[in-house]
Design a protein around this ligand. Structure first.
Ligand SMILES: Nc1ncnc2c1ncn2[C@@H]1O[C@H](COP(=O)(O)OP(=O)(O)OP(=O)(O)O)[C@@H](O)[C@H]1O
Length: 452
């Protein structure tokens, strides 16, 4: 166990039993509560890792309903805590209901110190492993705040973002919808000297051509019918900050010319206005389109392209980021369980297999939608592939054929190691156990495939 003793909150209204329980848990820091209110107060004040909840609580100790409600309230506030319920012999049904609510285990009275101690020790060990998982996942996969990845290609993109942020260079982010282009654009802003200024985003594909011009450049009163008052455009609004032009590939040619003029002259003229207004913004653009092909076909101006893409970063789709799907699924599930104030959900092995095998055409946004819905809908703690609405791994089809044996073996070995690390949130001990190898062997493989 870790050097600091774990805190164990005992929720028990029977004083005799409280006293008896205290003797069982030498080495733990004990906290006591006798009803819902005192239990929640202790939980908020001390954040105990472990909970021991008697299901027979006032106002109706003969009935488990209050105990179950207390358990649910405690786990909603602290889903990572491990809860063990204690209940009367013969009350198996309520014990099982408490497991469905997210309790780690149950114990049927009469209390036998050694057995109960063993259950609590095991819960503590599991808590410790999960906490380490969370810590590792954060440390290894958050080079940028809130952006999760352990994929080497994506980590390279993150490092580029960190390096490019302080520079003034225009950056073009290219990738499929939902791959995280906007969060990366926000990171470029947040890590730049302009972070105190505004981050102003505009989606060029979502606004009709005639409105897009006035949205970007603003207008003077009377510039056109309905222009009742002077209005500042997005570009001016971003003065001192960053302007994010999403779906730049969808910008009409007429506006491309006007945007180019702004980038060359660093000033805008509002519609119906006479004087140019100097504006100091950094421009970041994104698109899911192949701008190279658009240049050849005349759909995008070459001179504008070179202005907006001083640096171009390709964001790989989720299906090409080995290990990321499982890693993101774990993190998103935890986030949505917390947001929905539900006990922490878990994915069954077939759900994880399905998540890894699915091609995620809508990328991380699609995964967010799938998991958010599953957390809302699932009755049980464990979420299956079926409840995610995904085809199982077998239904998604196998891999392509490879004929060179050594190459195929190496690729498969690397792939399996990456996936095991992803599945275990980077925890070496767990990944080694999952792979059925020792930790030194796993370290050796990680060196061999450059995965350290
Ligand atoms: N690596 C990641 N870690 C955590 N959340 C992510 C990650 N990538 C994307 N997301 C989340 O997925 C959603 C979609 O991301 P984002 O809007 O940045 O994608 P996009 O590429 O700009 O999509 P679009 O082109 O459709 O606008 C957001 O809610 C974002 O927070």
């Amino acid at each position: 166990m870790s050097s600091k003793p774990f805190k164990l909150l005992i929720v028990e209204d029977d004083e005799g039993l409280q006293g008896q329980l205290r003797w069982c848990f030498d080495g733990y820091e004990l906290l006591q509560a006798h009803d819902r209110e005192s239990a929640l107060t202790q939980l908020r004040r001390h954040e105990p890792e472990l909970l021991l909840v008697d299901l027979g609580l006032p106002p109706d100790p003969a009935n488990a309903s209050e105990g179950l409600a207390v358990l649910e309230a405690l786990l909603a506030e602290s889903p990572q805590s491990k809860a063990i319920v204690v209940t009367g012999n013969g009350d198996r049904e309520n014990a099982l209901r408490s497991i469905a609510l997210g309790a780690y285990d149950y114990y049927l009275k009469p209390v036998e110190a050694d057995t109960l101690r063993l259950i609590v020790d095991r819960a503590a060990r599991l808590y410790e492993l999960e906490a380490e998982n969370r810590r590792l996942a954060q440390a290894s996969s958050s080079p940028l705040d809130g952006f999760l990845t352990s994929n080497p290609e994506m980590l390279r993109v993150c490092r580029m973002i960190e390096r490019l942020a302080p520079a003034e260079a225009t950056v073009l982010l290219r990738g499929e919808s939902g791959t995280g282009k906007e969060i990366l654009a926000r990171a470029l802003h947040r890590l730049s000297p302009r972070s105190k200024g505004r981050f102003v985003a505009i989606n060029c594909a979502a606004i009709p051509e005639n409105l897009l011009e006035s949205e970007l450049f603003g207008y003077e009163k009377g510039a056109f019918t309905g222009a009742n008052r002077q209005t500042i455009g997005k570009i001016e609004h971003a003065d001192g900050g960053t302007l994010f032009l999403d779906e730049i590939g969808d910008m009409p040619l007429s506006l491309q010319a006007k945007l180019l003029r702004f980038l060359q002259e660093r000033s805008v003229e509002r519609l119906g206005g006479r004087d140019p207004i100097a504006v100091d913004v950094r421009v970041v653009c994104a698109t899911h389109r192949d701008l190279g092909a658009m240049l050849r076909e005349g759909g995008f101006r070459e001179d504008l392209y070179y202005r907006i893409a001083e640096v171009e970063l390709a964001i790989p789709p989720l299906r090409e980021r080995s290990g990321d799907a499982a890693l993101l699924a774990h993190a998103l599930l935890e986030r949505f369980s917390r947001e929905q104030r539900k006990p922490r959900r878990e994915l069954t092995p077939d759900a994880l297999g399905a998540i890894e095998a699915y091609s995620w055409p809508g990328n991380v946004r699609e995964m967010e939608n799938v998991l958010r819905r599953a957390v809302i809908m699932a009755d049980d703690r464990r979420i299956t592939a079926d409840e995610l609405g995904l085809p199982t791994a077998e239904e998604s089809g196998g891999e392509g054929e490879t004929l060179r044996l050594r190459e195929a073996r190496d690729r498969a070995e690397r792939e399996v190691v990456v996936r095991a690390l992803g599945r275990c949130n980077g925890n070496i001990a767990q990944a080694a156990a999952l792979l059925g190898i020792t930790r030194p062997t796993l370290y050796g493989l990680m060196d061999k495939y450059g995965l350290r």
